[in-house]
Each structure stands twice: as structure tokens, then as C-alpha cells.
Design a protein around this ligand. Structure first.
Ligand code: NDP
Length: 324
């Protein structure tokens, strides 16, 4: 496609205001890629890290990896996708734009029953929740789980999927409003971060839980270990409060032969089959009404700076989406 398109890019590191509208050449798909006309873009924390310099990127840079849209052009080796098909992905590049490129193996078709905004909102947080509770630790009805930041994006989806599995879920949150959200997503117990380990031990008759999902990191890690049963699993998957310092493995022995893992989405979406399985389950749950995706705010693409400000203010009660 030989024409220009609108995009939002950063040409310097800094505050949200460095996100600026720009006009660039529409990209051409490589052999195994497709070109997609953007319908909606999912905004993620990683883009704020790239903008502010925490994760280095080469400037000028167009952020964004998650989006939904309609395929308009195919690379010469792509046979499994048609022009005109609606697709969603968590692993495209530069999706803060009117068109984006994605590897044909890394996108899935969107069913008619799922809207563009929901389809853009679900891939990254949804597949994260899916791999955490099905693959990192396969939660069953007999398990009791602690899920931190239960009113957040990953947390909100995970709680609903855990409820559908029949597990007992204890969520942590920071405010009354978030407590209501976590209950509405299916938590059995909602506790605050202060003394949460004591509360968890009280709720479980001092037994502890089978697995803790911890994305808060530095502030919660030690107490999360204390919440676990013997041979329980600690799943550390983020560091919203800061990264966890180095750990002496002896500690896992002293606290009851614990398991510790630090997983990441890329390692759980290695193949097209794996992505199709996870996204298929998520779309099926949305269609069946057992999973509600909360799109909290929709901003115009040219106003991506406001989306970043909103995310960084810890205000989100669901997904932030951009539309061109
Ligand atoms: P959330 O919507 O969950 O936002 C983060 C939440 O963390 C906040 O809303 C807040 O909820 C809680 N929190 C606790 N302490 C702090 C703090 N000191 N500063 C800021 N927030 C804090 O974000 P996402 O759903 O997008 O992501 C959740 C986590 O999962 C992130 O840490 C992210 O990096 C990680 N992640 C990891 C992946 C992986 O594969 N490893 C993939 C995707 C995301 P509250 O106010 O209730 O405490």
C-alpha cells in the first residue's frame, strides 16, 4: 500500500506529552506478515515504560503491540488468513497507528459475537490470565488461590476464569471501590494489602493456599511466600511496586519446599496452536457470557498521552483502548 497514514509516536523520552501525532508511510507486509487496518488498540503498561525510558527503544518509536482490525494485505507466503478477515493480536508492532503489521502466526480470527474493542482489550491480559491459571499452575476446583491486584486488568479476567473453574479465590486490592470490583469478578474473599498474609492464614485455618499469583512484587513478595501451603507454588509475574531483590533458595526450603517461578507471556504463546487455544477459550467465554471484558476508557489515537496519564495515575478499572 503506497500511501501515508496517521500514527502516534515518541521522538524523545519523557512524560505522556511526548506522544505526538505524526504522518508516516503505511508499511508493506513482509513474506509472513499481514497488514491490518486498525479498529482498536489495547494500551499496556509496557508502553509507558518505553515512553519514559525504563525499557530502551530506538527513537522515533511508535508504541503498541495489542490491537484488533481488518486484514487489508497479505505477505506472499501467507495462506491461512484472508483479506477482509477481522483479527486480533497481542504481539504486533507499532499498533498506535491507522495500519499495523503482524506475523500471520501471531494473530487469530475474531468471532462475529465479539466487538472490535473487546477483541483489542483481551489478548494480552486475557492470554496472561489464561496461561497463569491453566499452564503455569493448572488450577482445579479443589485449589485455593491468592490473586493480587484482583481488580486490575489481568486480575479481573483471572478472577472470572478461576470462578468458572470452581476454585476458591482470595484477592487483594487497595480501595473500597476496587473491593467491589473484585467481588463482582467472582472473588470469594477480598483483603487489603496490609497484613494480607495473616488474613489469608485466618481464612484458610492456618493451612495456606496452593498458589499465589503476585504481580505487585517488591511490596508483597515475602508475605506471599508466607501464605503458601507446604509444596505450594509462588508465581511472580510482575513488579507493579518494584522488582523483587535476589533471593536465597534456602528460604524456599525453610518455608515448606516451595516452588517459585517467574513466567512471561512470550514463553506461553510460542506456537500458533497455543495462541489459538488461549484466544479461542477467551472468545468462547466472552460469547457464553462467563467472561466480561471491562473496557474502562476509550481515547482517540491522537490523544494517547491522556491514555498514558490515566494508566499511570493507578485509576484504571479495566482496559484502556485507543481508536483511530
Ligand atoms: P493492572 O490493571 O493490574 O494494574 C496494576 C495494579 O497493581 C494496580 O491497579 C494496583 O491495583 C496494583 N498495585 C499494587 N501496588 C502498586 C504500586 N505500588 N503501584 C502501582 N500499582 C500497584 O495492570 P495489568 O493487568 O495490565 O498488569 C498486571 C501486572 O501483570 C503488571 O505488573 C504487569 O507488568 C504484569 N504482566 C505480566 C505479564 C507476564 O507474562 N509476566 C504479562 C502482562 C502483565 P490496586 O490499587 O488494587 O493495588
Amino acid at each position: 500500500m503506497n500511501k501515508s497514514m496517521k500514527a502516534t509516536s515518541i521522538s524523545e523520552i519523557g512524560a505522556p506529552s511526548v506522544l505526538q501525532s505524526t504522518q508516516i508511510q503505511t508499511p508493506t507486509p513482509g513474506k509472513n506478515q499481514v497488514l491490518v487496518k486498525t479498529a482498536a488498540v489495547g494500551v499496556n503498561f509496557i508502553e509507558t515504560y518505553q515512553r519514559s525510558g525504563v525499557y530502551p527503544v530506538q527513537l522515533p518509536f511508535i508504541p503498541g503491540s495489542e490491537a484488533a482490525g481488518t486484514v487489508v494485505e497479505l505477505g506472499e507466503a501467507v495462506h491461512n488468513i484472508q483479506v477482509g478477515q477481522r483479527v486480533a493480536t497481542a504481539s504486533a508492532t507499532h499498533t498506535y497507528a491507522e495500519y499495523f503489521l503482524v506475523d500471520a502466526q501471531k494473530c487469530v480470527a475474531i468471532p462475529d459475537s465479539v466487538s472490535d474493542e473487546d477483541a483489542a482489550a483481551v489478548p494480552l491480559q486475557g492470554m496472561t490470565a489464561h496461561y497463569l491459571i491453566n499452564s503455569t499452575f493448572n488450577v482445579k476446583a479443589e485449589h485455593t488461590v491468592v490473586f493480587h491486584a484482583g481488580a486490575g486488568g489481568v486480575g479481573g479476567i483471572a478472577l472470572q476464569l478461576l470462578k468458572a473453574k470452581g476454585a476458591t479465590v482470595i484477592a487483594t486490592v487497595s480501595t473500597d471501590a476496587k473491593e467491589k470490583i473484585a467481588y463482582s469478578h467472582g472473588a470469594d474473599h477480598v483483603v487489603r494489602y496490609e497484613n494480607f498474609a495473616d488474613r489469608v492464614l485466618e481464612i484458610t485455618d492456618e493451612q495456606g493456599v496452593d498458589v499465589v499469583y503476585d504481580s505487585v512484587g517488591k511490596d508483597t513478595f515475602d508475605d506471599s511466600l508466607r501464605c503458601l501451603k507446604k509444596r505450594g507454588m509462588m508465581v511472580l509475574f510482575g513488579g507493579a511496586s518494584g522488582q523483587v531483590p535476589p533471593l536465597d533458595p534456602q528460604k524456599l526450603n525453610q518455608l515448606g519446599s516451595l516452588f517459585l517461578t517467574r513466567p512471561t507471556l512470550a514463553d506461553y504463546t510460542l506456537t500458533r496452536d497455543e495462541i489459538s487455544w488461549r484466544m479461542g477459550d477467551l472468545f468462547d467465554a466472552i460469547t457464553a457470557g462467563t467472561l466480561t471484558v471491562t473496557v474502562d476508557q476509550v481515547f482517540p489515537l491522537k490523544d494517547a498521552a491522556s491514555a498514558h496519564e490515566y494508566l499511570e495515575a493507578r485509576k484504571t478499572r479495566g482496559k484502556v483502548v485507543l481508536v483511530p
